[in-house]
Write a protein that binds this ligand. Structure first.
Ligand code: UD1
Ligand code: CA
Length: 465
């Protein structure tokens, strides 16, 4: 039987007080909706995402995730038009569910990001079930009432509940698996005669429960928390952080102070990685065995080989770093940086779209943009590639074992052959053949006794004035 997931994501999220649609707000760098879609099992027929508020942005995000290969199945957006409630959100999906030949529907909320893939997989394999949780403070959640045999009897929204119902601590988690045929029939019969004048999905679920047993499955409340406010978002963030860091520790990763560092859901850390304090790793990252991620470093969408030493306060974005390389402290590797094994990039060095060959070094204060640095070359302090002429960007190609003296400017487009030497302070504007020495600075003149005479003059001027 074909199972189709429906993810509700049309709500405004008023309490977030944001320009950004609620479901695009991130938890550890990944938007809530992406967490939900990525929790779906790969074997699923298809998924529908019900959109409305912030539709353009959500559609753009869906497209980007699809292109990046982040979605486990075919995902189609359905515009709710006017959001008239969770039941209405399902009603607008009926034509698409018919077209897909859905046999069973699994319903999730785009603002409930931390349901574990295992829980979602169980839901997808269930006949008819709702996920519930027991809360000490049940807040505004819908209250779940059960039959004597434990199956679902009713869900009463908080605003429609009487005091006795409000005292119930078992609440609706908003995740369901239901056979499509009776659900479709129930959706057709929904009314909005309730406290919020909305078409409630919960009424349809209860209608299905009148014709067949719907099980109530208790889940960990930490998996079903919704993001309705910034406070919720912060709480979800710390729950996700604790869960992810604990899982990596169990795999042999060390955290100096686990709660101080944030590791996103698409990051992989090999054994013996040491994460110091205040580290943030987001997006798709793979960190090799024995790497040290120094205090305050930020790593996004990057791949680090084994035993890379990232010293404190370095920023690495969309870069590759080879095994045994040393980066920082205070280095900035920007997009398209590709460092081979054993490269050293030291303090206050910025690289962008730059490849450095094995063992090459740029240890202090340099800018390398649109450049290639051959293996074993040394880039001195204060060297910059002048890659931009105000209109376009140009390449600088530096061969192997080249020595670039301190404070040199390499004006691109430029090629420097293997084993060349650039004397300190040179402005290099012409290609340099292999093994050549470049000197382009003004020759030095020493004027004997001139400093002393100058000082004498200054003193006399001061005593007159
Ligand atoms: C819903 C449930 C409640 C449950 C809670 C769990 C109903 C009537 N109530 O309440 O029993 O305890 O979830 O989190 O279903 N949405 C749409 N279109 C709409 C309205 C909402 O797509 O017209 C989306 C929202 O963006 C959100 C999800 O549906 O992702 C849930 O809607 P929300 O308004 O947050 O429902 P709750 O009042 O929290
Ligand atoms: Ca909600």
């Amino acid at each position: 039987m074909k199972t189709v997931a429906v993810v509700l994501a049309a709500g405004l999220g008023t309490r977030m007080k944001s320009r950004l649609p609620k479901v695009l707000h991130p938890v550890l760098g990944d938007p809530s909706l992406l967490w939900v879609l990525r929790s779906l099992p790969t074997g699923l027929g298809a998924a529908l995402v019900v959109v409305h508020h912030g539709k353009e942005e959500v559609l753009k995000a869906l497209e980007a995730w699809k292109t990046a290969g982040l979605l486990p199945c075919e995902v189609t957006a359905v515009d709710q038009g006017e959001p008239l409630g969770t039941g209405h959100a399902l009603q607008v999906c009926v034509p698409e569910l018919d077209r897909l030949g859905a046999g069973r529907v699994v319903i999730l909320s785009g603002d409930v990001p931390l349901t574990r893939p295992g829980t979602v997989a169980r839901l997808c394999a269930s006949e008819a079930v709702i996920l519930a949780m027991d809360l000490e403070d049940a807040g505004a959640y819908g209250r779940v009432l059960q039959q004597a045999d434990g199956s679902l009897q009713a869900i009463v929204e908080f605003k429609d509940a009487d005091p006795a119902q409000r005292a119930v601590k078992r609440v609706n988690g908003g995740a369901y698996a239901l056979p499509y045929a009776p659900l479709k029939e129930a959706l057709a019969g929904l009314s909005n005669a309730n406290a919020q004048k909305e078409y409630y999905l919960t009424d349809a679920v209860v209608a299905v429960a009148r014709t067949q047993k719907v099980a109530v499955e208790l889940a960990d409340p930490l998996e079903l928390l919704g993001m309705n406010s910034r406070q919720d978002q912060a709480e979800l963030q710390s729950i996700a952080r604790d869960r992810i860091n604990a899982a990596w520790m169990a795999e042999g990763v060390s955290f100096l102070i686990p709660h101080s560092s944030l590791v996103g859901p698409r990051v992989s850390l090999a054994r013996d990685v040491m994460v110091e304090t205040g580290v943030k790793i987001e997006g798709a990252c793979a960190i090799g065995e024995g790497c040290r991620l120094g205090q305050g470093s930020v790593i996004e969408d990057s791949v680090l080989g084994d035993a890379v030493d990232v010293r404190p306060y370095s920023v690495i974005e969309r870069a590759r770093v080879g095994a045994g390389a040393k980066v920082g402290p205070f280095a900035r590797l920007r997009e398209g940086t590709d460092l081979a094994e054993q490269v050293h990039v030291g303090n206050f060095v910025e690289t962008k779209k730059t490849r450095m060959g094995r063992g090459a070094k740029a240890n202090h204060l340099a800018y390398l943009g649109d450049a290639e640095v051959g293996e074993g070359s040394n880039i001195g302090a204060g060297v910059i590639t002048c890659n931009y002429d105000g209109v376009s960007k140009h390449m600088t190609r530096i061969g192997k074992r080249v020595f670039v003296g301190s404070d040199s400017q390499l004006v691109a487009p430029l090629s420097i052959g293997d084993d060349a030497m650039i004397a300190a302070g040179s402005t290099v504007t012409k290609d340099v053949p292999s093994e050549a020495l470049v000197l382009s600075r003004t020759p030095q003149t020493n004027k004997e006794q001139m400093a002393t005479r100058l000082r004498e003059k200054q003193r006399q001027a001061r005593s007159k004035g």
